[in-house]
Design a protein around this ligand. Structure first.
Ligand code: NIG
Ligand code: FE
Length: 415
């Protein structure tokens, strides 16, 4: 089956040479093609160019022609950091925060991650899958074409495996690329309150081997933060994960700088995520490394905490990635369009930088930039068509509105 999209007002993020990521001043460059067509065949982008070069169609029987009708075409968003699988929402804590409690105070009284872990232990695998599938469908309709999903609300062998099996089921049932991350070290479960050593041992000696046998994870993560896990814990868990072939992607510098960034870079992390607080040492450690900083502005918005200094990072030559952090506690939204708006409005990223950060750099942070994250021949036919909009900058400008008209995944319309 061949799909041709014609009359595209502007084809955004086109690449002649596939690049794995864009950094520093290059992030400001976004290649586009005005008045264009795009062909996809067997799920893959096979051709694109200016409308005047379009050769027409040789075999009408096997070809669907879609008129973009002056809308723009973007590569799908790549959301490289989410906690999409969870049992219930936590709007009670949201109200508590409105009334003056802090995220930390809520966590200290057994709320937060432990609240989600309790709810998850009481929810069966089928129910968890159904809830996650509804969320994922909604995200794909909002333009997300690849997503990373973490465990971390289980905190016991049984529940962590349950979460990871749900992610595996999503991988098998949804057409988009899904990568799975084991985040057993998300918080210390109550039973191990005064016994962190034994919990780390459980992760190393029981959880990881079982996860490896079932092939349930691609990445290893840990919440490296005061009151959660130390830099030493991170080194230990990341090395244990690496032993099973898992690539590190870690939560660092959300509330405090405790040395997680330089250490994660040394450990060869693919990404360091959050970075609401960073110092010059962190930025210097990231320079000339293969580790990409992944920023989560919807989390800053929802928790009312500082935004990561994206401008400084880009000005210092770093690549920057944007992701949702979708989870029930700190970010109950997986809308990547809103992430891009926030990046522009609050972090002073230019629309070009924000679009690069949420496409090609997101793909890098998931290890899939050879096959996703831009409009390039041979890449997956994961794209969306917008309504008629005056320019691509309108997309982040028009915050809170739905700009997307049609979504294609592997060259097929997703309805
Ligand atoms: O990335 N910071 C750690 N984990 C999540 C929030 C977890 C929660 O509150 O449920 C995050 O923001
Ligand atoms: Fe997170």
């Amino acid at each position: 089956m061949k799909v041709v999209i014609k009359n595209i007002a502007e084809l955004v993020q086109v690449e002649d040479h596939i690049q794995e990521k864009v950094s520093g001043s290059s992030m400001k460059k976004l290649c586009t093609l005005k008045d264009a067509f795009l062909c996809m065949e067997e799920g893959i982008i096979t051709d694109f160019g200016p409308m005047e070069n379009w050769q027409g169609i040789d075999n009408w029987n096997n070809t669907e022609v879609i008129d973009a009708d002056g809308g723009m075409v973007f590569p799908s968003w790549v959301d490289s950091h989410s906690h999409l699988v969870f049992a219930e929402t936590r709007e009670g804590e949201f109200v508590d925060r409105i009334n003056g409690m802090s995220y930390k105070e809520i966590a200290n009284r057994g709320g937060g991650i432990l609240n989600s872990a309790k709810k998850l232990s009481q929810t069966n695998e089928d129910e968890l899958y159904e809830q996650a599938a509804i969320r994922l469908r909604e995200l794909i309709k909002m333009g997300t074409g690849a997503i990373e999903i973490k465990s971390g609300y289980g905190l016991s062998t049984e529940s962590e495996l349950k979460m990871l099996r749900v992610i595996k089921r999503l991988k098998n049932t949804f057409p988009i690329t899904i990568k799975s991350t084991f985040l057993g070290a998300h918080a210390l479960p109550i039973q191990f309150k005064n016994n962190k050593k034994d919990y780390l041992k459980l992760i190393e000696e029981e959880m990881l081997p079982k996860i490896a046998i079932e092939g349930l994870a691609d990445f290893i993560d840990i919440f490296c933060e005061k009151g959660y896990f130390s830099v030493e814990d991170m080194e230990r868990i990341v090395n244990a994960g690496k032993h099973y072939g898992l690539i590190p992607k870690v939560h660092v510098n959300q509330f405090n700088i405790i040395g997680g960034v330089p250490s994660a870079v040394k450990l060869g992390a693919l990404s360091v995520d959050h970075l609401e607080v960073v110092n010059q040492k962190d930025i210097d450690a990231l320079k000339n490394s293969t580790t990409i900083p992944t920023l989560l502005p919807s989390c800053s918005f929802f928790l009312n905490i500082p935004y990561a200094p994206a401008r400084k990072m880009i000005n210092e030559g770093l690549p920057v990635c944007l992701a949702s952090d979708y989870n029930p506690g700190s970010t109950p939204s997986g809308n990547m369009n809103f992430v891009i708006s926030l990046a522009c409005i609050q972090m002073k990223m230019n629309p070009e930088e924000a679009i690069n950060a949420a496409t090609i750099n997101g793909a890098y942070a998931m290890g899939i930039s050879k096959s996703e994250g831009s409009i390039a021949k041979g890449k997956k036919g994961n794209i969306f068509i917008t309504k008629q909009i005056p320019s691509y900058a309108f997309l982040p400008y028009n915050f809170g509105h739905n700009t997307i008209k049609k979504v294609f995944i592997n060259g097929c319309e997703f309805k």
